[in-house]
Design a protein. Structure first.
Length: 729
């Protein structure tokens, strides 16, 4: 028995649990409130994609002559699917790696229409290893089954969403309410059976649904409906990303036939108060940011004076109860960043609550989850990392920040190195000029493998209108720094921003083409601008040249339909932008004119063909920044005193040999200066909590020598900097 049951309804991700319930459970542990968490999505997938589940799929009656040729083929091969499914799923869970050879033999898995794309497989996955190739083939196999389910059994099914359309900007509750009045679907029956078993086992007093996305909404309501019918004494609450953004203006009382409470923004205090009210039957209950029914009307209660908890006090996420070893790694498409999202298990953490920038005009910066910025100290973050490694056995971390702060990333990296931890991590950033070569190298050494950031519209005019706080030139330099450090860079790209012209779209594509051709971007994704209710564009559309198409809001309100005063149909650019990007990501067809990607006339680009190349020419390595922190990253130094006898120089010198992981660096210094450097290295090891500034080093150096700048920018020291022995941060 547990007091609270925390549920993520189907579906989010196959490879790793969505972290919201783990965050809440970690907090509840600090308050000694008992809870159990459940990812219904992975449980349903594992039941559905099993021998018994696939048998049920093919037992569903279909009109065979009326279905597509692809569905006919899958049905004809049904015995092969039933035979192989219980081998494929464990393989994708990492439990049967030897099956990869059989899968790659191309005579093991039944193949339907998804395998038609294999003509391009060598192009897309030519350098892929055996295991990854087998994962991709197994993913196509699952997608074939999914196509069959969608066509013949349940049109709303999807691996990472369910009935998503019902939750997208559903200003009215009517359609969703009508769907819930119908009998449960084929997928619902799997969901509700698992839910029934968990309710009987856990016997909760309060069930809390985390609804992160529109694709979780229908299943959340279906589960709540079932609980109300079968366990009417259990109270039910909803929170998460979807209500936080979409349900802030909810008025429809019918929603509360399913849920007793809907909470907004940070869930810790609202849930703690709901628990207190429930357990102690308070006569005058207090609430924090909570919708409920009172006198047959929807009311918003925020009568508690209790402040939200500081990020340092909410505990470490707790993944207990979740089936961490049963998540499925898939490789769907040839996008290196997408493979991080869908392949492998990641512990999810947040470096900071909110966004330190908080100005982008397309973003929901008026909402607390972005506008209230509060970083967590590096020590606490790495403490949490170590605790999660102990409890989950996983050393991979995805920091799910809106934009991780560069200064905090630096401190986290230093703390990881100080503790000698071996971890792999990635996060979302802004392309800040703070990401110097040295900082990027430090992040790499600490285990950072990838970053994603918003280039958005690669146009300086529009970046200024967006208030992104970066320029194309700056983005180019930062992505170069990450790439040279060996960190993969993914760019979020946008088209159709208000007032964007056709010329700016084409010029933006040319900028992106050049960045991929220069090798400073490895991954990207174009998405069309969407106007949201809580962004500056949504709140002040007239300032951005758009006219909103308003509707009465009784249920959800986030995405707003609008007309751009330019009158441009941005939809028509979608295919060409995405097709060109697919080619650029694979390093081909840079030489093709941009017109080749579009089946309608476009203007020629106005961007000089060497624009990005020229952006990368500037080099500030000889700039003296007195307040920069200096980090010494090696102890493996051998000093050998020698004598040089040449016309130009005669005397003693010291040969310093640095044994780095992948190479050896040798430099020659005057003996006394070599001794000073060795002592400085010894005094300022990576384990030292304090790092000297460049000014402090200058002061120490000039106690014994003259002209520190001449020494600091000398060829030997430059060599040490270039090889990462000395970092200036």
């Amino acid at each position: 028995m547990k007091d609270l049951l925390l549920i993520t309804p189907p579906f989010t991700q196959l490879n790793t649990p969505y972290p919201a319930t783990a965050y809440i459970k970690g907090f509840l542990n600090t308050k000694n409130i008992s809870s159990y968490q459940l990812d219904l999505g992975i449980d349903v997938i594992l039941e559905l994609f099993s021998k018994e589940g696939i048998q049920k799929v093919f037992d569903q009656k279909i009109d065979l002559p009326a279905v597509s040729e692809n569905a006919q083929r899958i049905f004809a091969l049904r015995e092969e699917y039933i035979k192989t499914i219980d081998q494929v799923i464990p393989f994708l869970q990492g439990k049967n790696p030897t099956l990869a050879r059989q899968i790659c033999s191309m005579n093991f898995l039944p193949e339907a229409s998804r395998f038609n794309q294999l003509d391009d497989m060598e192009f897309a996955f030519g350098n892929m290893g055996l295991q990854d190739k087998a994962k991709h083939l197994a993913t196509l196999y699952l997608e074939d089954i999914s196509d069959y389910i969608v066509e013949n059994i349940d049109a709303d099914f999807g691996f990472s969403r369910y009935a998503e359309r019902l939750g997208k900007s559903a200003n009215s509750f009517d359609e969703l309410y009508w769907r819930l009045s119908e009998q449960p679907t084929f997928i619902d029956r799997f969901t509700l059976q698992i839910l029934h078993e968990k309710i009987k086992t856990v016997q909760p007093k309060l069930v809390c649904f985390s609804i992160p996305f529109p694709g979780n909404l229908y299943s959340g309501f279906r589960c709540a409906q079932w609980i109300k019918k079968n366990f009417p004494h259990i109270k039910i609450a909803m929170g998460g990303g979807f209500p936080n953004t979409e349900l802030r203006e909810i008025k429809d009382t019918r929603v509360f036939e399913f849920f007793d409470f809907i909470t907004l923004d940070d869930g810790e205090v609202p849930l703690e108060l709901l628990y207190e009210n429930l357990i102690h039957s308070n006569q005058n209950p207090e609430y924090k940011r909570t919708f409920l029914i009172e006198n047959q009307k929807v009311v918003y209660k925020n009568n508690s004076k209790q402040h939200d908890y500081k990020q340092a006090d909410i505990g470490t996420p707790d993944y207990t109860d979740l089936k961490l070893d049963q998540y499925i790694s898939v490789i769907e498409i040839a996008n290196p960043m997408h493979s991080l999202w869908s392949d492998g298990r990641w512990n999810k953490l947040t470096m900071a609550h909110g966004c330190y920038w908080g100005k982008c005009t397309f973003c929901d910066i008026s909402l607390d989850y972005i506008k209230i910025y509060e970083p967590v100290s590096a020590k606490i973050l790495v403490d949490r990392m170590e605790e999660l490694i102990r409890t989950t056995g996983e050393t991979g971390f995805h920091f799910v920040d809106e934009a991780a702060p560069p200064a905090l990333m630096r401190e986290v990296a230093l703390e990881i190195l100080r503790r000698n931890l071996v971890v792999t991590w990635w996060t979302n950033i802004r392309f800040e000029k703070s990401f110097t070569r040295d900082l990027c190298y430090l992040l790499k050494l600490s285990g950072c493998v990838a970053v994603s950031g918003g280039l958005e519209v690669a146009s300086d005019r529009l970046l200024k209108l967006i208030e992104k706080g970066v320029s194309v030139e700056q983005v180019a330099q930062v992505t170069r720094n990450f790439t040279e450090a060996g960190i993969m860079v993914h760019a979020y790209l946008m088209y159709g921003y208000p007032t964007q012209t056709v010329q700016e779209t084409i010029d933006s594509l040319e900028m992106v083409r050049q960045m991929f051709e220069m090798g400073i971007l490895q991954s990207g994704f174009w998405h069309q601008f969407a106007m949201t209710a809580h962004s500056p564009v949504g709140m002040n559309p007239g300032d951005f040249g758009v006219v909103p198409l308003q509707q009465d809001i009784l249920f959800a309100n986030n995405d707003i339909d609008f007309q751009d005063t330019t009158g441009i149909d941005h939809n028509k650019f979608s295919f060409g932008l995405k097709k060109s990007l697919f080619n650029y990501m694979h390093g081909v067809n840079f030489e093709l004119p941009l017109q080749e990607w579009f089946d309608f006339k476009i203007p020629g680009t106005t961007i000089h063909p060497d624009y990005i190349h020229d952006c990368l020419l500037e080099d500030g390595q000889f700039t003296f920044k007195a307040n920069s922190k200096i980090v010494f990253l090696t102890k493996n130094v051998i000093a050998e005193n020698r004598i040089k006898n040449k016309k130009k120089y005669c005397g003693t010198y010291t040969l310093l040999t640095f044994h780095l992981k992948t190479n050896i660096v040798k430099v020659e210094l005057e003996q006394d200066k070599a001794e000073w450097l060795m002592a400085t290295l010894e005094e300022n090891t990576i384990e030292s909590s304090k790092k000297p500034t460049l000014q402090q080093l200058k002061t120490q150096f000039e106690e014994s020598f003259e002209d520190f700048e001449l020494f600091w920018f000398s060829k030997p020291i430059q060599q040490l900097k270039e090889n990462g022995v000395i970092l200036s941060l």
